[in-house]
Design a protein around this ligand. Structure first.
Ligand code: SF4
Length: 249
C-alpha cells in the first residue's frame, strides 16, 4: 500500500487507525520517535516545543510541515529522555513553565509519550497534550493511563460534526468521525483536565455542521468553553487546501 500523503480532489478516504499504524512504522522505533526541531514559542503564554513527525489524519487546513505527509524523509529518532532534556533546557533558557510536543499527533507511539510524561511528572513543568482524539477515542485504556499525571492538560481538536465533513476535510473515512467524541466522553468520565478545540472556521465548517457538533458535544456531557479555531494562511495550509480543492484564501 502506498503511504498516504496530503489529500487531493480525487483521494480515496483512508482508515485513520491503519494510517496510525503505518505512520508508527516510519516514525517510531522502540520507545524513540522522530523529531525535526526544538524551540520556544509564545502560544499558551510561552511553551517549549518539540516538533515531532507523523499524524494519522490529513486535514486540508493543517499548518504543520510536510514531514506530516512524508515522514520517511524527515526527522531523527530521539528517546523520551533526550526529548525531555531538550524541552526542559529550552524552557529554562526562555523562562517558560509549559512543555509540549507538536507538529503531528503526539499519541502515536504510546510508550514514547507515556515515558516522556513520567519524566515531566517529577518536575514543576506543565505538559500540554494537543491531540486529534483518534487513538484516545479508540482506546479508553490510553485515556485512563493519562489519569495519573497531575500536571497534564489535554486539548482535543474536533475536526467535524458529521461523517461527510470529516471525510472531506481530514481525508479519513466518515465512519471514524466519532472517535474524537468518544475521546471527549472518556476524558470527561475519567475526570481529566481537558478542553475541546474545534476547527470550526465558517469557511470550512458549514453552520449546520457546527450546530450538530455542539449538539453532539452537549449530548456526551461537554458543556465547557469551546476553543474554536480559525484557519490561518500558512504556506503549508494554503498548499494543502488548494490540492484538496478548497479556495478560502
Ligand atoms: S491538523 Fe492536526 S490532526 Fe490534522 S493533520 Fe494536522 S497535525 Fe494531524
Amino acid at each position: 500500500m502506498e503511504y498516504q500523503g496530503f489529500i487531493t480532489k480525487g483521494s480515496v478516504p483512508f482508515d485513520p487507525l491503519e494510517l496510525a499504524r503505518e505512520t508508527e512504522k516510519l516514525c517510531i522505533k522502540s520507545s524513540s520517535r522522530k523529531y525535526t526541531n526544538f524551540y520556544c514559542t509564545g502560544v499558551y503564554g510561552g511553551i517549549s516545543t518539540g516538533y515531532l513527525v507523523g499524524c494519522c489524519l490529513r486535514c486540508v487546513f493543517c499548518w504543520v510541515s510536510f514531514s506530516r505527509d512524508f515522514p520517511d524523509k524527515y526527522g531523527k529518532f530521539f528517546t523520551p529522555e533526550e526529548i525531555f532534556e531538550r524541552l526542559v533546557s529550552n524552557a529554562r533558557k526562555a523562562k517558560v513553565k509549559k512543555l509540549r510536543v507538536s507538529g503531528g499527533e503526539p499519541t502515536l507511539g504510546k510508550a514514547h509519550l507515556l515515558r516522556l510524561l513520567d519524566l515531566v511528572e517529577d518536575t514543576n513543568f506543565f505538559f500540554v497534550l494537543e491531540t486529534n482524539g483518534i487513538l484516545l477515542g479508540k482506546e479508553p485504556e490510553y485515556v485512563r493511563a493519562l489519569k495519573k499525571y497531575r500536571n497534564l492538560y489535554v486539548r482535543v481538536s474536533i475536526k467535524a460534526g458529521t461523517p461527510e465533513g470529516f471525510e472531506r476535510r481530514t481525508g479519513g473515512k466518515g465512519e471514524f468521525y466519532e472517535l474524537p467524541y468518544l475521546a471527549v466522553e472518556t476524558l470527561k468520565r475519567e475526570d481529566l483536565y481537558f478542553r475541546v478545540a474545534p476547527m470550526s472556521d465558517s469557511r470550512l465548517m458549514p453552520k449546520e455542521e457546527r450546530r450538530e457538533m455542539i449538539r453532539k458535544l452537549k449530548e456526551i456531557g461537554y458543556k465547557d468553553y469551546l476553543e474554536e479555531e480559525t484557519c490561518d494562511p500558512y504556506d503549508t495550509s494554503v498548499k494543502r487546501l488548494r490540492k484538496a480543492g478548497f479556495s478560502i484564501f
